[in-house]
Design a protein around this ligand. Structure first.
Ligand code: SF4
Ligand code: SF4
Length: 258
């Protein structure tokens, strides 16, 4: 079944909508030949007061990180352009020093030197990208997810200039020829629009956790920050964590155990 972008926005915009298409596990999308037989029974949307993610770098090795990136880009039809200047990325690896500028000092643990860390949109509580968008093509949902509507995007790239994390990518050309294998359940984009991670809003609407979390072997933890019993709260309670560029005041909601 194909889905156009307007239908997609209807699903992702209302987190209470029960899954329209049935849920597919991310791991199943890795084996597309078997998809039809593997609908999940779970149909209720996952909801939260404040979604957040923890990246546990003690558990995240490079192989797992690559799995997370691969599944995200595959199910979201992220093109593989092959040119770093026009690259589209929703989740990627950055050396520790780039991800956390100024945090490295003489006695920083050696294991962090140049270590590639997984990074994505921080779904900031105070997102500058949202404030500068002239068409409201990007907005923050009540549950904290910072969304993107490519129909409203006019390609001004103010949001990209405002984001201090490089979390947004711009389609300089038609991305469709660069999608290796199209996922018909997710819309493709077109030339002249911005895109980024949406915390898998379309999967949450179907009762599924984000795909990267699902394949991460526990290295990514996702849940409701407002719920003291949630996995994210438990993880943050028992581990020291840091966030990217907290001094800028965007209040990122992706936490890192380093
Ligand atoms: S990381 Fe960037 S794109 Fe994501 S919410 Fe924060 S400012 Fe916006
Ligand atoms: S939460 Fe979903 S959209 Fe965001 S990086 Fe993970 S898989 Fe991609």
């Amino acid at each position: 079944m194909d889905i156009n972008r307007r239908e997609f926005l209807k699903i992702t915009g209302a987190s209470t909508i029960v899954g329209l298409l049935g849920g597919w596990k991310a791991v199943e999308l890795l084996a597309p030949g078997e998809l039809e037989a593997k609908y999940l029974p779970k149909t209720e949307a996952l909801t939260a007061k404040r979604w957040a993610m923890v990246v546990d770098n003690k558990k995240m090795d490079e192989k797992t990180a690559k799995k997370c990136i691969e599944i995200c880009h595959r199910i979201h039809n992220v093109p593989d352009i092959g040119d770093p200047k026009r690259e589209i990325k929703w989740i990627w690896l950055e050396p520790f020093e780039n991800a956390f500028p100024g945090q490295r000092q003489e006695h920083t643990a050696e294991r962090l030197n140049g270590k590639p860390l997984i990074v994505l949109c921080n779904h900031c509580d105070n997102p500058p990208c949202v404030r500068v968008c002239p068409t409201k093509a990007t907005w923050k949902r009540e549950d904290g997810i910072v969304m993107m509507d490519q129909h409203r995007c006019i390609g001004c790239r103010f949001c990209m200039a405002a984001c201090p994390f490089g979390s947004r990518s711009f389609n300089w050309g038609d991305p469709r020829p660069f999608i290796k294998k199209k996922n018909p359940e997710y819309p493709t984009r077109e030339k002249g629009v911005v895109e980024k991670c949406d915390f898998c809003a379309e999967r949450l609407a179907k009762g599924l956790i984000p795909a990267c979390v699902e394949v991460s072997n526990g290295a990514l933890v996702f849940g409701d920050l407002a719920d003291p019993k949630s996995d994210v709260r438990k993880t943050l309670r028992t581990h020291y964590s840091i966030r990217r560029k907290p001094h800028l005041g965007t209040n990122p909601q992706v936490y890192y155990i380093v």
